[in-house]
Design a protein around this ligand. Structure first.
Ligand code: NAP
Length: 243
């Protein structure tokens, strides 16, 4: 069975669909429960989950334990970017929100899930990193710092779990058209649209495909890292746009 966090939208929602098609039973969560229910459908378990709240994570994992008793695949997808302010004008509330969801959330969900992952014959943790985990761009420090942290955590996990049958894959997408930019720009849809202007971005299903690929390899094969970008994006800040 597979657990997907941040399943109400974008990559998480597409991953629920992809893993479901690959034969996995699904437990999925996000704060917008109605949307998770629609994504998961009748067959899966849709649960409320706020990865910034310990009690929410504990309740989520307890429900998964009750229904499935183990976790074969955990996809740590929940996350967000806020703002594009330079460090000189960095907003505490934006940085705190990103760190709480992208870094502490990932730590806490992983920590709470590990006892159930250890009950699987072969466990797999998939972390949503980003090209922002190894590149930087002006105005991006709040977000890139969190994804650099995800990169460090993923690599550390692989060391700490060495000797156990648990794989760790970090998926590092470039530009994917989801609700990501609408969230980043606090609901400003024009600003969000301008991110994808003149370019064919990835879509959530492109990333879900790579996650399904990684988890369906034979159990002795660990796909450590996958970097996927639109052809037009050579770097976070270097995008070839058509006029
Ligand atoms: P999205 O469409 O905005 O989806 C983000 C998901 O995360 C939503 O389901 C949201 O659900 C959930 N989420 C946010 N805060 C949460 C919280 N506190 N608790 C639980 N769930 C929370 O964006 P996306 O592009 O699919 O992003 C998914 C992941 O991919 C993120 O980790 C992002 O950093 C990463 N990524 C995205 C891109 C890109 O270009 N789009 C590139 C590289 C990496 P609720 O709001 O309902 O809780």
């Amino acid at each position: 069975m597979a657990v997907v966090t941040g399943a109400s939208s974008g990559i998480g929602a597409a991953t629920v669909v992809g893993l479901g098609r690959a034969g996995y039973q699904i437990a999925a969560g996000a704060r917008r429960l109605e949307r998770v229910r629609r994504v998961v459908g009748e067959s899966g378990l849709a649960l409320p989950l706020d990865v910034t709240r310990l009690e929410s994570i504990d309740a989520f994992v307890a429900e998964v334990k009750k229904k499935f008793g183990r976790i074969d695949v955990l996809v740590n997808n929940a996350g967000l970017a806020r703002g594009l302010a330079p460090i000189a004008e960095g907003k505490d509330e934006d940085w705190i929100e990103m760190w709480e969801a992208n870094v502490l959330g990932l730590l806490r969900v992983t920590r709470a899930s590990l006892p159930l992952i250890r009950k699987a014959r072969h466990g797999h943790i998939v972390n949503l990193g980003s090209i922002a985990g190894f590149e930087v761009y002006k105005g991006g420090a709040g977000y890139t710092a969190t994804k650099h942290a995800v990169h460090a955590i993923s690599r550390t996990l692989r060391l700490e779990l060495n000797g156990e049958p648990i794989r760790v894959t970090e998926v590092m997408p470039g530009m994917v058209k989801t609700e990501f930019s609408v969230v980043r720009f606090h609901g400003d849809r024009d600003a969000a649209e301008s991110v994808y202007k003149g370019v064919k971005p990835l879509v959530a299903a492109d990333i879900a495909d790579t996650i399904v690929y990684a988890v369906t390899r034979p159990p002795h094969v660990d796909v450590d890292e996958l970097v996927i970008r639109p052809v037009a994006q050579a770097a976070s800040f270097l995008v070839a746009r058509k006029p």
